[in-house]
Design a protein around this ligand. Structure first.
Ligand code: PDD
Length: 283
């Protein structure tokens, strides 16, 4: 079944969607993106995703493609036209199309593309059984707080995981875990304290991470935002990841080392349940 996608002002069937070969997203990865999940036909944590989009746009001095209200209308229209119940809405903003030149073009208008993806998020088997990850060196640039479409390092990390027969890769820099290939990383120490890396330019400021930490605070679970080593992660009693496309998935093995008993829980499944309930109530 063909989807309806949104490209630069128009809703079109995916096979008829076109962008210019001069689009700077294509030539330079000169663009940013957001992924908002959809449950029961409703956008989850969308206001926070749009706020982060504005920050990414501003950090890269990209032209604004539309107001937040206009973007929300496009997202909702895609959900409606594609009858999307569960999955994601992907959104990408680029510096537009102009003859190839490294410097910003004088008067290109922003490129805006959105499409929907169906995905079983609630009943994902990985959420129940947990995932295994490998560690890889973090070879990305120094502004990982900006959600750019320059994702080649993450593509290579994920493929290394697939080649190793596992679900994902945790990226490591100077012995410290930064984050997963497309998610934020959490561990629980022997005393039950939750640890996740502090915000900075070294990681993406995950929207799901922030929502989960809000719940953690509300539940009065002890937590600390600081960098942790790969060794600490391997010796943790529990580990998990968060992202818009997974919510919370337990990590039961890192580089062939079992985490805790090598099975999910108890904290990750609990936080996953809280997150789903809470985010739906707010949607
Ligand atoms: N990835 N860190 C990285 C490097 C990411 O790419 C993502 C999201 C996250 C989690 O952020 P959030 O909770 O806001 O989704 C952390 C999206 C899902 C993707 O690229 O598909």
């Amino acid at each position: 079944m063909s989807r309806i996608v949104y490209v630069n002002g128009e809703f079109v069937a995916e096979e008829n969607a076109v962008i210019s070969v001069f689009d700077r997203g294509f030539l330079f990865a000169d663009g940013v993106y957001e992924v908002s999940s959809v449950l029961e036909g409703k956008l989850i944590d969308n206001a926070a995703h749009l706020k982060r989009l504005r920050r990414s746009i501003s950090e890269l001095q990209l032209p604004s493609p539309a107001t937040d209200g206009e973007i929300i209308n496009i997202q909702r229209e895609l959900i409606k036209r594609n009858n999307l119940q569960e999955g994601m809405i992907y959104l990408q903003v680029t510096r537009g199309a102009a003859d190839r030149d490294f410097a910003f073009p004088a008067n290109a208008s922003a490129g805006l593309v959105l499409f929907s993806q169906e995905k079983n998020i609630i009943n994902a088997p990985q959420a129940k059984r947990g995932i295994s990850v490998i560690s890889v060196p973090d070879i990305r640039w120094k502004r990982r707080d900006i959600k750019t479409v320059g994702l080649l390092a993450q593509v290579l990390a994920k493929q290394a995981a697939v080649d190793a027969g596992v679900a994902d890769a945790w990226m490591v820099e100077d012995g410290l875990v930064t984050e997963g290939s497309s998610n934020n990383a959490f561990i629980v120490d022997a005393n039950g304290k939750l640890i996740t890396r502090h915000l900075g330019n070294e990681i993406l400021h995950g929207i799901t991470r922030a929502s989960v930490l809000e719940l953690v605070e509300k539940e009065q679970i002890e937590f600390e935002e600081r960098a942790f080593t790969l060794d600490e992660a391997k010796n943790a009693s529990e580990a998990f990841i968060t992202s818009a496309s997974t919510f919370v998935w337990p990590v039961v093995q890192i580089d062939n080392v079992k985490i805790g008993a090598g099975v999910p829980g108890p904290l990750a499944p609990k936080l996953r349940e809280f997150y789903i309930k809470n985010s739906l109530a707010r949607a």
